[in-house]
Design a protein around this ligand. Structure first.
Ligand code: CIZ
Length: 321
């Protein structure tokens, strides 16, 4: 069979899977909730797409009884914590987050003992158990606002050291204790990659995610979360952008700005966990109602308070497609 026919078959197969998903969604009263880093074909079937903050809000607002969460485990867990009466499904149970795994409850408790007067801010990329041990949660879009809202001068910021360091640079009046965690995907982006991309695309703007290394952030024209990147690209007069975050972002950036160009500084900006979710797994999830993500009531109650404190700092309506 020729490569052309293969491609045609692949397109027909994907269309068939999408039709199945539409049918199953209606039958199950389900909503498909999709993170910005997912594959293009998954973003195409989203009822809601966005960053983890927008998705948490969408999960609360939707009337659907089943939430198929196309993202990674901690995101589905947050949706379940905030919506204990809804069934939250993660289509691929192995879709985890290495950054979230870089901290454990005993190690955080030890740090809290060392700094008993510090408040604990946990990045949303953390487990329910870590959220339950923290005072307030944050995402990359509201980390600065959240840290500013805290009365304590000293803050233990977990688990992403790069985001924590960036927040420290923006809120110098606080004394932030960093955790030795990082996102392996963002860490793969080097200074050399950015310098080379800037040479290849003269006149472009480099937008970087705060999970990138400090040397990379120094080269950025703008530093922001994924939600911030959509806003910035829309408003900027520039016509070309180098995007310093996971490659799934290009899908919506291109769709929303057809007259502008977007590229990655390196093809290595791919999160293998985010890419595990495929149309086939979404069909499987809706058919078999798997894999349900649930949090024990004791952990859930404390983690819910941590998430709700964050939501109260940045009260905004949910982002809907
Ligand atoms: O908050 C999120 O969803 C993540 C992981 C990044 C971002 O900047 O949106």
């Amino acid at each position: 069979m020729s490569a052309k026919n293969h491609k045609k078959d692949d397109i027909l197969y994907k269309e068939e899977l999408k039709r199945k998903i539409t049918k199953l969604k209606k039958e199950r009263n389900a909503a498909i909730i999709v993170h910005n880093y997912q594959r293009d074909e998954i973003q195409e079937i989203a009822d809601f797409s966005g960053d983890s903050l927008a998705l948490a809000r969408a999960a609360i607002d939707t009337k659907a009884e089943i939430l198929v969460f196309c993202g990674v485990h901690f995101m589905a867990e947050s949706a379940s914590i905030l919506n204990p009466d809804k069934k939250v499904l993660l289509p691929v149970k192995e879709a985890g987050c290495p950054l979230a795994d870089m901290i454990t409850v005993p190690s955080l408790r030890q740090k809290k003992k060392e700094f008993p007067r510090a408040a604990v801010v946990c990045y949303v990329n953390s487990s329910a158990e870590i959220k339950a041990e923290s005072d307030i949660s944050c995402t990359s879009s509201n980390a600065i606002e959240v840290v500013k809202s805290i009365k304590n001068k000293r803050i233990i910021f977990v688990p992403d050291k790069n985001l924590g360091r960036y927040v420290q640079s923006q809120v110098p009046e606080k004394d932030i204790i960093l955790w030795e965690g990082y996102c392996p995907t963002h860490l793969r982006l080097t200074e050399e990659d950015v310098v080379k991309a800037k040479k290849n695309f003269p006149g472009s703007e480099f937008i970087a995610h705060p999970e990138c290394r400090p040397e990379v952030l120094k080269l950025a024209d703008h530093i922001c979360s994924t939600a911030g990147m959509f806003k910035y690209a829309r408003a900027s007069k520039a016509k070309e952008f180098i995007i310093g975050t996971e490659g799934g972002m290009l899908y919506k950036l291109k769709k929303e700005n057809p007259d502008k160009k977007f590229c990655l500084p390196t093809p290595r900006l791919v999160c293998a966990n985010m890419k595990l979710t495929t149309l086939g797994w979404v069909v499987h999830s809706l058919e078999s109602l798997v894999y349900e993500v649930k949090v024990s009531p004791q952990i859930r109650e404390r983690a819910r308070q941590t998430l709700e404190r964050m939501l109260r700092v940045t009260e905004k309506p949910a982002l809907k497609r």
